[in-house]
Design a protein. Structure first.
Length: 144
């Protein structure tokens, strides 16, 4: 199984081994797709996220090239989880393959235990969730 980590530096692992990722722009595309895992992401959204207000005239073609390179990198892990939809892309990711999704599940479980007056299991789930962070949590911008 391929594991995606976004709670810290972006990493892709296959059986515990880090998969080499392409250049910065391909990594940025992967990060946007992972932040919207299993959701449709339009090409225009990718262009906006990559270049902001002033994309180059070749932005559409560049996104296609970045996705092609990203697909090659992911295919080394035996998978191509990126599907093309009309005007955009979707990255298929199992919830247990993405650290941010696992963290959300753990936090929800912790809150449920806390609401039932079960502080020990709640604290354990919060510790498990916190252990998924790699690096300073203050650098991440996520809402749970």
């Amino acid at each position: 199984m391929v594991e995606f980590r976004i709670l810290g530096p972006l990493e892709v692992l296959k059986e515990g081994e880090q998969l080499p990722l392409p250049r910065l722009k391909e990594r940025m595309v992967l990060a946007v797709l992972l932040l919207h895992a299993n959701e449709f992401v339009s090409r225009e959204r990718l262009i906006d996220d990559l270049w902001g207000e002033a994309p180059p005239p070749t932005a559409r073609q560049a996104v296609n090239v970045y996705l092609s390179q990203l697909r090659k990198a992911l295919s080394r892990a035996g998978e191509d989880p990126i599907t093309t939809a009309s005007g955009g892309y979707r990255l298929r990711v199992e919830s247990d393959a993405l650290d941010a999704s696992r963290m959300q599940v753990l936090v929800a479980s912790a809150r449920e235990h806390a609401s039932k007056g079960e502080p020990a299991p709640a604290a354990e789930r919060f510790r498990e969730a916190l252990s998924l962070w790699r690096g300073p949590a203050a650098l991440m911008i996520m809402s749970f």
